[in-house]
Design a protein around this ligand. Structure first.
Ligand code: ZN
Length: 261
């Protein structure tokens, strides 16, 4: 079964899951560096000894197949041709990443929640604040979040979603090197600035990146042909991915600091 999953992933035939492990690790590591002492202590108490934010940041992707109801929780479908989020239109029945971020914040603040509920809420929250900053998790172009857009990625067959989840990030550098660069960018002042606002406003920013960059800078392809994603696109996308990951780290810290007092 595990081998089958590996083969499916390699074939790129699965719907992708948001940032790959590297993106989620970076976001969790950036956030962990900006937690208040009180929030850091609560995180340690909830997760248990020796368990880091980074080690649980991809857990919702690992259980997604076994818990089908959690699938829609990873994204919000704001139509690419609309200027703003509309919760009634884009988050039907509260089944989207924005509603779930609010739900899990409430669980963490609820003294009656069990230890298991609290731990799952924290693991979902860490992951979802990250996911919504992947622009294809906040923008919908009727192509399954870019999974249906076949691309030639530096000579390799891929799809637009996978390229934004992990392909471009993987070419930017190794995780530890990126963490060093990104944490130098992310000053406490920037954490304060980016941490302001609401997940709804952050999703609208992510959606705008989807409009302007993910699709706006994508070369046109003739029908049926792969879209060529090369160094020209990478030059624009790279800095955008860096900023989205830094923003996600800042905002995850802000959410946890406000929720885990
Ligand atoms: Zn995800």
């Amino acid at each position: 079964m595990r081998r089958l999953a590996v083969i499916l992933v390699l074939c790129g035939s699965l719907p992708a899951f948001g940032w790959g492990p590297e993106g989620h690790n970076l976001i969790a590591r950036l956030a962990a560096a900006h937690l208040t002492p009180a929030a850091a202590a609560r995180v340690a108490e909830i997760l248990g000894p020796g368990i880091t934010l980074q080690s649980i940041a991809s857990w919702p992707d690992q259980i997604r197949r076994d818990r089908a109801e959690t699938g829609p929780w990873h994204y919000v479908d704001i139509p690419i041709d609309r200027p703003r989020l509309d919760m009634a239109r884009d988050c039907p029945k509260g089944d989207c990443v924005l509603a779930k971020i609010e739900d899990f914040k409430k669980v963490l603040a609820d003294p009656a929640a069990t230890a298991v509920q609290r731990k799952e809420a924290l693991m979902f929250l860490v992951h979802f604040v990250g996911d919504m900053h992947q622009p294809l998790h906040s923008a919908d172009n009727k192509d399954k979040g870019g999974n249906d857009v076949k691309v030639d990625f530096f000579g390799r067959s891929s799809n637009l979603h996978s390229v934004w989840d992990s392909g471009l990030l993987g070419r930017l550098g190794q995780e530890d090197a990126l963490f060093t660069q990104y944490s130098e960018d992310l000053t406490e002042k920037l954490v304060q600035k980016w941490g302001k606002g609401t997940p709804e406003a952050w999703a609208e920013q992510s959606h705008k990146v989807g409009q302007k960059v993910v699709y706006g800078k994508l070369p046109k392809a003739t029908a049926g042909a792969q879209v060529k994603v090369d160094a020209t696109y990478e030059r624009v996308a790279g800095p955008v991915i860096r900023e989205q990951i830094e923003k996600a780290g800042a905002r995850l810290a802000a959410v946890l600091n406000a929720t885990l007092r």
